[in-house]
Design a binder for this molecule. Structure first.
Ligand SMILES: NC(=O)C1=CN([C@@H]2O[C@H](COP(=O)(O)OP(=O)(O)OC[C@H]3O[C@@H](n4cnc5c(N)ncnc54)[C@H](O)[C@@H]3O)[C@@H](O)[C@H]2O)C=CC1
Ligand SMILES: O=C(O)[C@@H]1CCC=N1
Length: 291
């Protein structure tokens, strides 16, 4: 099968250096919150070969695996006073940010790039918490980051230097693809589409399995074929040079079974208006989380 060409990057800006800047770090990278997303980023940095001695993790409930990383020199929950990080990655829930982050103001004092992956939290919020002139990046990753197949979209404020942006690119790019946008307002819709998007795909697998059961399949078989179908179709989409619509048409024989199902899914009241409503709801929620 022909392989897909490398992504063109229309509507995005510099993709960062080909050589990792993580090799020549002056100060540590501080990760604040090492849950599902922070943990995936941390794993990505370690996979990339970032020296664990250059990583500081602030996490009140570290997993046993993370505590074990301390053996290799990673610093877990040291006193943040006196740390002079080169970058700080903020991966706590947006709801805890207003209470948790002001205590960490000192981390920004030495000119660190403050990289937030928090849904809804704006560059303005980061500048308010960490002070005017703070170099801030707002990024939105997604959970396929855990297997190095994440999609992140990021925006930087004017205080972020070329070097700061390159560092953010490498830290975020450790878990997959990164696109940069200049308009921060796009990030709420990005959050709705790719940040939350994996959940919609998993729901599709659940829904397909339930529909299979309703059509008489034993539950275990319905779950297996739904899972394999979603995973296989995703992999085909990933590897193929063809777009999603072409791959869909390749399945669809005129007058066949797929056409019968797509008549329902692509009807006026089918998937498109439902998805549009769902994305609008998530976009709205991202804007609400700013406050
Ligand atoms: N889960 C997802 O699919 C995505 C999540 N995000 C964003 O990533 C952030 C983290 O989300 P998850 O990893 O899903 O949540 P999570 O609940 O798995 O991780 C949050 C972590 O923050 C820790 N924490 C709480 N208070 C803290 C404090 N004061 N200092 C340091 N750590 C503290 C918690 O113990 C927890 O381990 C959120 O802001 C979310 O909006 C962004 C993209 C995708
Ligand atoms: O549901 C949320 O708020 C986070 C942001 C994107 C994915 N999970």
């Amino acid at each position: 099968m022909p392989q897909r060409k490398p992504d063109p990057t229309p509507a995005t800006t510099a993709a960062g250096p080909s050589k990792s800047v993580l090799a020549g770090l002056r100060g540590p990278i501080v990760l604040v919150g090492a849950g599902k997303m922070g943990g995936a980023l941390l794993d990505g940095w370690l996979r990339l070969g970032l020296d664990p001695r250059k990583i500081v993790v602030l996490e009140p409930q570290p997993s046993p695996e993370m505590a074990a990383q301390a053996i290799s020199g990673l610093r877990l929950n040291p006193d943040p006073a006196g740390l002079k990080p080169q970058a700080v990655v903020l991966a706590v829930k947006p709801q805890v940010a207003p209470a948790a982050l002001p205590a960490l103001q000192g981390l920004a004092a030495s000119g660190a790039v403050m990289i937030s992956i928090m849904a809804g939290k704006t560059l303005g919020f980061l500048e308010q918490v960490f002070g005017p002139g703070t170099a801030a990046v707002r990024a939105m990753p997604n959970t396929p980051a855990a297997i190095g197949r994440g999609m992140t979209v990021a925006v930087a404020n004017a205080a972020v230097s070329e070097a700061g942006r390159a560092l953010a690119q490498d830290l975020l790019g450790a878990t997959g693809k990164v696109d940069w946008v200049d308009d921060e307002a796009l990030i709420d819709a990005v959050t709705a589409v790719s940040g939350s998007g994996p959940a919609y795909v998993f729901l599709l697998a659940e829904s397909l399995a339930r529909a299979g059961m309703a059509a008489g399949l034993p539950p275990a078989l319905a779950e297996k074929i739904a899972r394999e179908t979603v995973a296989g179709a995703g992999e085909l989409l990933f590897r193929s040079p063809q777009d999603a619509a072409t791959l869909r048409r390749n399945v669809t024989s005129p007058g066949g079974t797929t056409a019968a199902a797509l008549d329902v899914l692509m009807a006026q009241d089918g998937l498109d208006p439902l998805m549009e409503k769902a994305i609008a709801a998530a976009t709205r929620r991202s804007r609400e989380l700013a406050g």
